[in-house]
Design a protein around this ligand. Structure first.
Ligand code: SF4
Length: 417
């Protein structure tokens, strides 16, 4: 590690869990769980299948293949799984067909609204009782949904509420997609605050829908690679899926290097974000346990590789934590490491934390925060403080976790059928 020039004068708070204990491996390091524990899989759904597989499945049911397209239309364009609305399907056997191809996946347990209804957090129960969340946010000119990709998380970051219980299981592609479909349905029905644009032909419905996706809810998306990629394909498929722009989809990771390289090789130019949070291995080893597997320089090389393959500028996410990672020398070291890999390929998003009195995980002082940003910008790295919408409902990466109260409400909520 570079010796910080201002080291004797700065306070260094070290990462530590508060109120819970990190699980450790045999060598005493924070346990990392990459494999999903074996649990009953969710029912197979249209969105888990490729367009060809959908047709094949429909034919297995003894129906003509074009029924697949009709179901796609209902689900991805009208965001419905209600057989009563699918009047273009023959009445006989319709219920069974719809139930077989679009089985219920998410049961809404709770909905929390803030920012005058412009931000909504959903708590969902999956078929096996596992709980996940998503956060819907209206911004000027766009609507963003923060989705979960795993129930729990195996990356064991000491600041993270989601990681405390470890990884429950990977979510299926359709469980990821269903979060968007449900959000679109709510928007169409006028359930999101703000001015609603009406549809020309169906004035009762909103013309808007989710335009941006961030994989910053529960889970490490690249640890659930195949299902996340299937979900991304469905999101971007204009003919057989949601028809969203790949650029509006942000896949973020704490730094699973081989998966970053694999992602760069896919032909889908999503926006890629690396949650770095520290430029030096000494701190990052403690802050982001996966750093014991892939170091800062390896993660940055992979991020630069992503830019080389896709031409898409990479985002570096950096939560500013008082006296832990917000030192001026760390801003300089980060700038040096990014500039050493070339110019114009990256921008940095420092994320101000909530002030949490008495906690070591608390917001940087505003002048310190501003100095951090100033130094990066002065070094030629475009840097903008990120909006932390949803703070009041803990809707930020690393902040989504179910409470005992959530569990109690969930336990008494019957699954949708
Ligand atoms: S911060 Fe992200 S990667 Fe780390 S434990 Fe939480 S959800 Fe997982």
């Amino acid at each position: 590690m570079t010796t910080p020039p201002d080291a004797p004068r700065v306070r260094q708070v070290r990462p530590a869990t508060e109120g819970w204990k990190q699980k450790k491996d045999a060598e005493g390091r924070p346990l990392l769980q990459f494999a999903s524990p074996k649990r009953g899989k969710p029912p197979v759904h249209l969105a888990d299948l490729t367009p060809d597989e959908r047709v094949a499945r429909i034919k297995e049911l003894g129906l003509p293949g074009f029924r697949a397209k009709q179901l796609e239309n209902h689900y991805f364009t009208h965001w419905t799984h209600d057989p009563a609305q699918m009047t273009d399907l023959p009445a006989e056997g319709r219920e069974e067909l719809v139930h077989g191809m679009l089985p219920p996946l998410l049961t809404e347990v709770r909905r929390l609204e803030t920012d005058r209804g412009d931000t909504i957090k959903f708590l969902w129960k999956l078929h096996d009782g596992a709980l996940v969340e998503s956060v819907l946010m209206r911004y000027p000119g766009r609507i963003t949904l923060c989705v979960s990709s795993q129930a729990g998380c195996g990356m064991n970051c000491p600041f993270c509420a989601t990681g405390q219980a470890g990884l429950t299981r990977n979510m299926s592609a359709a469980e990821i997609i269903e979060q968007i479909v449900r959000a679109n349905r709510l928007i169409a029905d006028g359930g999101l605050g703000g001015r609603t644009l009406r549809r020309a032909h169906e004035p009762g419905l909103s013309a808007e829908r989710v335009s941006n996706i961030v994989f910053m809810g529960m889970g490490e998306p690249l640890a659930n690679y195949a299902r996340v990629m299937q979900a991304v394909r469905v999101m971007t498929d204009k003919e057989h899926g949601l028809g969203m722009s790949a650029r509006g989809i942000t896949v973020s990771t704490v730094g699973l290097v081989p998966a970053i390289t694999k992602l760069a090789g896919e032909d889908i130019p999503v926006t890629f974000a690396l949650s770095l949070h520290a430029p030096d291995d000494q701190l990052r080893d403690e802050l982001i346990p996966v750093n014991s597997r892939w170091k800062v320089d390896e993660a940055l090389d992979a991020a630069r590789g992503y830019f080389d393959r896709t031409g898409r500028r990479v985002s570096i996410e950096y939560a500013l934590i008082k006296d832990m990672n917000d030192h001026a020398w760390r801003a300089d070291l980060l700038a040096d490491k990014l500039n050493a890999r070339g110019r114009g390929w990256v921008h940095v998003n420092p994320i101000p934390l909530n002030p949490t009195p008495g906690s070591i995980w608390t917001a940087s002082e505003v002048p310190v925060q501003n100095e951090f940003v100033r130094r990066l910008n002065a070094a030629g790295i475009p840097t903008t403080l990120r909006d932390t919408r949803g703070k009041e409902i803990d809707g930020a990466c690393g902040q989504l976790a179910t409470t005992a109260e959530d569990e109690a409400v969930a336990a008494s909520t019957p699954l949708e059928s």
